[in-house]
Design a protein around this ligand. Structure first.
Ligand SMILES: NC(=O)c1ccc[n+]([C@@H]2O[C@H](COP(=O)([O-])OP(=O)(O)OC[C@H]3O[C@@H](n4cnc5c(N)ncnc54)[C@H](OP(=O)(O)O)[C@@H]3O)[C@@H](O)[C@H]2O)c1
Length: 326
């Protein structure tokens, strides 16, 4: 069985990572594309070899009418996710959503209900869960190699050259550094810690936005406390480059992943002073494969909508400022 994907939002991540990954996964195929401009949809469909007849659309509803379309990959800006996802669910299409899943927890609840009531899967595209080294490390951590977990730290920042990014503004963005990269850090923290540490029970944050006076976070520091008493910290920014780090500290030792946060699937991991071997593989392929198998095997995707919603709830608590406007 081949899962035919429609894609809406043929921008940076769709072109660079998502469409190539769909074409590399056996059992998945790019089928149709929706852009605001049909010429762009045509160009994207041709480049990535979309399989349907006349696969380019500037009307999302039209694309969703195709009975041969099974699933939609949504890679539009964050504030459009909820609407795009609900429309797909109502058309009976499975939804693989870019992160963050939505831009408000209320919207997340509505999206989850739309997917549940229409009997479609909802997965969230946290590709760093399919980084081969992360998978090996987190499996070992869950098996207890570091003993009881005490603390996890993620730092990931990039240097934006200006404030022209849509994430800096309210029209289609809600958070900037937290939505661009920080949400991945929160997902890694939760993935590593939940089995040993239970749920997040406290959230503190420091948000800074005075360099460009963006209405959204330019730098964010988020501190979490879990039911077990374990703690975690996330530092994320669009103001400066830093070496991406994912560190896990337990009673029996620590692990440090350096330069693993990004699209590439590479970097190095040191577990209890020793290098952890892993092969470098495109993590987006794993993400697409998992979603396809969740459909064909009728199981939950590895990152289901409920987890996407929990991540958004943390973002909302950490950086709530723009919420009252919507
Ligand atoms: N998992 C990851 O590694 C990763 C990495 C980057 C981004 N993302 C996520 O993917 C989504 C897209 O991010 P991106 O960096 O690819 O953004 P992008 O390059 O700006 O692409 C988004 C596309 O959405 C379409 N769009 C529809 N309405 C729009 C509007 N009002 N304003 C701007 N674009 C609009 C545009 O395509 P048309 O003009 O053709 O309609 C645009 O090219 C975001 O949710 C982001 O968080 C994930």
């Amino acid at each position: 069985m081949t899962i035919n994907f429609g894609l809406i939002g043929p921008g940076n991540i769709a072109d660079r990572s998502l469409a190539p990954a769909i074409s590399e996964v056996e059992g998945a195929r790019l089928w149709r594309v929706t852009s605001r401009r049909v010429e762009r949809a045509k160009e994207f469909a041709a480049k990535h070899d979309a399989g349907a007849d006349n696969p380019a659309h500037d009307d999302y509803g039209e694309m969703l009418k195709d009975p041969d379309l099974d699933a939609v990959m949504i890679s539009t800006p964050d504030r459009l996710h909820e609407k795009n996802g609900i429309q797909a669910a109502q058309a009976g299409k499975h939804v693989l959503m870019e992160k963050p899943m939505v831009s408000s927890s209320e919207g997340g609840e509505v999206l989850l209900e739309a997917c549940r009531s229409n009997g479609v899967k909802l997965g969230v595209a946290y590709h760093l869960r399919w980084h081969r080294g992360h998978r090996k490390l987190v499996r070992k951590v869950h098996d207890g190699v570091l003993g009881k977990l005490h603390h996890v730290r993620v730092q990931w920042s990039v240097k934006a050259e200006d404030d022209s990014n849509w994430r800096a503004y309210d029209d289609v963005g809600r958070w900037w550094s937290l939505a661009g990269i920080g949400t991945h850090g929160l997902d890694l923290i939760r993935w590593a810690m939940l089995p040993d540490c239970g749920e997040v029970v406290e959230i503190d944050s420091t948000i800074a936005n005075s360099y460009w006076n963006s209405p959204h976070d330019e730098t964010a520091m988020v501190n979490l406390k879990f039911e077990s008493g374990a703690t975690a910290e996330l530092t994320t920014s669009v103001l400066f480059e830093s070496e991406p780090e994912f560190k896990i500290y337990g009673r029996k030792g620590s692990a440090i992943a350096r330069d693993t946060l990004g699209p590439h699937g590479g970097g190095t991991i040191i577990l209890k002073e020793e290098s952890l071997d892993f092969s470098q593989k495109n993590p987006y392929e794993g993400e697409i494969r998992d979603f396809v198998e969740s459909i064909t095997g009728d199981r939950d995707p590895e990152v289901p909508g409920e987890e996407g919603l929990r991540n958004v709830e943390i973002l909302e608590t950490a950086a709530p400022d723009t919420k009252s406007q919507y």
